[in-house]
Design a binder for this molecule. Structure first.
Ligand code: NAI
Ligand code: MG
Length: 507
């Protein structure tokens, strides 16, 4: 099979709506203590439309002084004032109000997200915005359902003494939340939802590449009526704002989603004051196809697993393992799908795959393709950029790979699939686990016995069967191994924002 040249014609980015154009004119501001304030940090970060490479706005680069101001506001809101005294159903109602506001502005949020990140607006409408809202609504229910337990002890004291012992869950406190650029609004909302449900407070730092939807969300948070200081939003670079947040001694917990590299740095920095840390990091998730399936149907699923969001998703099914008998058919099918994908600017209604988020990300992905070629892999689809303005990379399928190649071992975070053959179930489980990551995996088969033998062998936080990237607010989500620790979403996700207090009362 030969490399197929790019044949996509890429449309121009359509004009922005007037509401969006107006939003872009806003001055760089930070949300601190319920107000939009000017940053103390003088640095400015350009906001780039990844489809046109044009500068469309700018945001502030908050410095350590801004961080300190925001943390102090979050601390004050946590310790005293209306938020600290609020009843669970009052927090729940505020969360619903915010969700309703987001729903009312759903079209605008989708447009903003698509412009800033590059993702197809159809996807932003279908996944990002409704997903964000569902996380808020789901978590709001936990506000009134957090509970402890009573238990019988075997404590012995003076004759006649009895004990009443029980546990209560209390909010962990001030949380620093640092999020990436691949699902900006969804990540912001997913992070904030358990904060709001438990009565914590947050200083949220969106990614410098995609801060606009978090800023718009901040406006809606103010409009919904959350007390000042409950949610503070600081834009800025990882090395400045992010690092200062992580180092701040009055932050109780850090919730981070991003690269494994930065996750490790954060974990080290958090040790100084033993902050609680939850990390949702990278992945190199296997897609395992057993021989009983219809190769064409599975090829569509495997393509979706890796190409969704231009491959910029932590659970991307980036390593495909297909049983030898149907390997060629599945790879041919995925390659065919990859060539049929309509690539274009996010705001174009026809676009199925947008550009990558930034020039840095495009260059990183292209350098992986280069490395794959150099190490002797064969590119059967894509393999290059379409040569159009914008940070596009053609969806790529690679075969003839070896387990030690960089493209097999490292997270690429782009539309790149490496495909390998296997013979036996035992062998594929070992190969699937041969990675420092352990975020997710999918198995494609209707052979119940084989599936159930494989599931326990896979070292990953989520295993999908005959689907991939299915994420729900009620389903715990997180990684084994170097994909992080802690589970977001579901009961585990809300409990992660609490401390468990045991009370032992002699009566
Ligand atoms: P990154 O991990 O550097 O950035 C994620 C967030 O962390 C951003 O808000 C950034 O400002 C912040 N950050 C960066 N350095 C920091 C520091 N020293 N202290 C505190 N906060 C810091 O990820 P980046 O550079 O944007 O992407 C690099 C690679 O990371 C990607 O190619 C991809 O492989 C992986 N990645 C994984 C994500 C996931 O969802 N698991 C999301 C984004 C990136
Ligand atoms: Mg980085």
């Amino acid at each position: 099979m030969n490399a197929v040249p790019a044949s996509h014609t890429i449309a121009e980015q359509p004009a922005l709506s007037s509401a969006l154009a107006k939003f872009l004119e806003r001055k760089p501001r930070l949300l601190v203590n319920g107000e939009w304030v000017e940053a103390h940090g003088k640095g400015r970060i350009p906001v780039i439309d990844p489809a046109t490479e044009r500068r469309i706005a700018e945001i502030a680069d908050a410095d350590a002084q801004d961080v300190d101001r925001a943390v102090r506001a979050a601390r004050a809101a946590f310790e005293s004032g209306p938020w600290a005294g609020m009843l669970p159903d009052e927090r729940e109602q505020l969360m619903w109000r915010l969700a309703d506001l987001m729903e009312r502005h759903a079209g605008e949020l989708a447009e903003l997200e698509s412009l800033d990140n590059g993702k197809p607006i159809a996807m932003a409408r279908l996944i990002d915005v409704p997903g964000a809202i569902s996380h808020l609504r789901y978590m709001s229910g936990w506000a009134s359902k957090l509970d402890g337990s009573t238990f019988n002890t075997s404590l012995r004291a003076a004759p006649g003494t009895k004990f009443h012992t029980y546990t209560v869950r209390e909010p962990v406190g001030v949380v620093a939340q640092i999020i990436p650029w691949n699902f900006p609004l969804l990540m912001a909302t997913l992070k904030l939802a358990p904060v709001l449900a438990t009565g914590c407070t947050s200083v949220l730092k969106p990614a410098e590449q995609t801060s606009l939807s978090a800023l718009r969300l901040g406006e809606l948070i103010v409009e919904a009526g959350f007390p000042p200081g409950v949610v503070n939003i600081l834009t800025g670079l990882g090395e400045s704002t992010g690092a200062a947040l992580v180092a701040h001694p009055d932050v109780d917990k850090i919730a981070f989603t991003g690269s494994t590299e930065v996750g490790k740095l954060i974990n080290i920095a958090a040790t100084a004051t033993l902050k609680r840390v939850s990390l949702e990091l990278g992945g190199k998730s296997p897609v395992i196809v057993l021989p009983d399936v219809d190769p064409r149907a599975v090829a569509a699923g495997a393509a979706q697993a890796v190409f969704f969001n231009s491959g910029q998703i932590c659970v991307a099914g980036s390593r495909l393992f297909v049983q030898r008998r149907i390997f060629d058919q599945v790879v041919a099918g995925v390659s065919e799908v990859s060539r049929s994908i309509v690539m274009g600017p996010g705001l174009d209604e026809h676009t199925q795959m947008g550009p990558l988020v930034s020039q840095e990300q495009r260059d990183r992905v292209l350098s992986y393709l280069q490395s794959g070629r150099k190490q002797g892999a064969t590119i059967v689809a894509g393999g290059d950029a379409p040569g159009h303005k914008g940070y596009y990379v053609n969806p790529t399928v690679i075969v003839d790979v070896k387990p030690d190649m960089k493209i097999v071992r490292e997270e690429i975070f782009g539309p790149v699939l490496v495909a390998q053959r296997f013979d036996e179930l035992e062998e594929v489980a070992a190969w699937a686990n041969d990675t420092p990551y352990g975020l997710a995996a999918s198995i494609w088969s209707n052979d119940l016995r084989a599936v159930q033998r494989l599931v326990p062998k896979i070292k990953a936080g989520t295993v999908w069967v005959n689907c991939h990237s299915m994420i729900d607010a009620g389903m715990p989500f997180g990684g084994y191994k170097q994909s992080g620790f802690g589970r977001e979403q579901g009961r585990a996700g809300v409990e992660m924002y609490t401390e468990l207090k045991a009370v032992c009362m002699a009566i």
